[in-house]
Design a protein around this ligand. Structure first.
Ligand SMILES: C[S@@+](CC[C@H](N)C(=O)[O-])C[C@H]1O[C@@H](n2cnc3c(N)ncnc32)[C@H](O)[C@@H]1O
Length: 283
């Protein structure tokens, strides 16, 4: 991949610069922000707009005390949305071939029934319920799931219909391809393992997880009520450096995953799990 122009700023002001660049149409959304070990963040700039970028004006508008400079990133990483777009294109092509081999074609209705987003956990993809609902897909049978897995570059597939209101927030998941239901998800350097049929992964909480990761909690004790599989407990321990976390949770399946994740990320010595109802547990 070719080098791309980026604005390098301190991590502390990165979100303010990102918002400003995006509002001005200067942020290149095909690439992701990259955090460097020296405490700076590089924000990708649309190449055709880089000559219009005036560092002094930018600093005045966003953060005058922040050091910032234009650099060329030799190893840019594709953004999640760009990867998703490419993935959908590839999937459409594979399904088009599959339909043709069944003397069918990819009509607009069928195209609209292809998932445009999904939850990916390592070699596993969880599809939503609003896709592959048309009868023709069912007629194709297992061959369809093999093709979808190939298109998405995974080995296992499942469909989630809804999250149960059972107090455990158990997902209703049907395996479509593969049998093993434990998955591994790596997020901001933390490994989360869980059984997709028993625990939900709160993908929507990513912003909060990243915010916690920037805290300095050395010397502090944290209580995580509704800890689940450790979505917040782990960033507090791994990144924020909390002295100790008390993780409270009542779902027995989530508790198994939580213990596994504490050990997998080598922080179990700084966490006490309190199984049971948060409204009654005493520490
Ligand atoms: C949506 S998850 C939240 C997980 C995580 N804190 C997050 O925000 O991503 C809610 C969790 O709270 C647990 N939970 C719900 N009511 C509880 C209670 N009264 N006592 C203990 N855990 C509870 C559920 O089992 C589930 O794992």
């Amino acid at each position: 991949m070719n080098a791309i122009p980026c604005l390098r700023v301190s991590q502390r002001h990165a979100q303010e610069f990102r918002k400003y660049l995006q509002s001005q149409g200067l942020l290149d959304l095909r690439f992701s922000l990259q955090k460097d070990n020296d405490g700076t963040v590089t924000l990708p700039i649309t190449p055709s707009r880089v000559s219009q970028l005036d560092i002094q004006t930018l600093k005045t508008r966003v953060a005058s005390d922040c050091k910032c400079e234009i650099i060329w990133n030799q190893a840019p990483q594709q953004s999640k949305s760009e990867r998703g777009r490419r993935c959908v294109n590839k999937l459409e092509k594979i399904l088009q071939d599959l339909l043709e081999s069944h003397s069918e074609s990819l009509t607009e209705d069928l195209r609209g029934d292809i998932p445009h987003s999904c939850q990916r956990h390592g070699d596993f993809v969880l599809l939503g319920e609003n896709c592959f609902s048309l009868p023709l897909w069912e007629k194709i049978g297992q061959e369809l799931w093999l093709a979808v897995a190939k298109g998405l570059g995974v080995k296992r597939l499942a469909r989630m219909s809804r999250i149960s209101r059972d107090g455990f927030r158990t997902p209703e998941v049907t395996m479509l391809l593969g049998e093993h239901t434990w998955v591994m998800h790596t997020d901001n350097g933390i490994r989360y393992e869980f059984d997709v049929t028993k625990s939900m992964f709160s993908a929507g909480n990513i912003t909060e997880k990243l915010r916690i990761a920037t805290f300095d909690c050395r010397g502090e004790t944290v209580v995580d009520l509704y800890a689940g599989i450790g979505y917040f407990t782990l960033p507090y321990l791994v990144h924020a450096g909390a002295s100790h976390v008390h993780a409270c949770e009542w779902n027995p399946h989530a508790l198994i995953a939580l213990q596994k994740n504490l050990e997998g990320n080598r922080v179990s010595n700084r966490c006490t799990i309190h199984p049971g109802d948060n409204r009654q547990v005493r520490m």
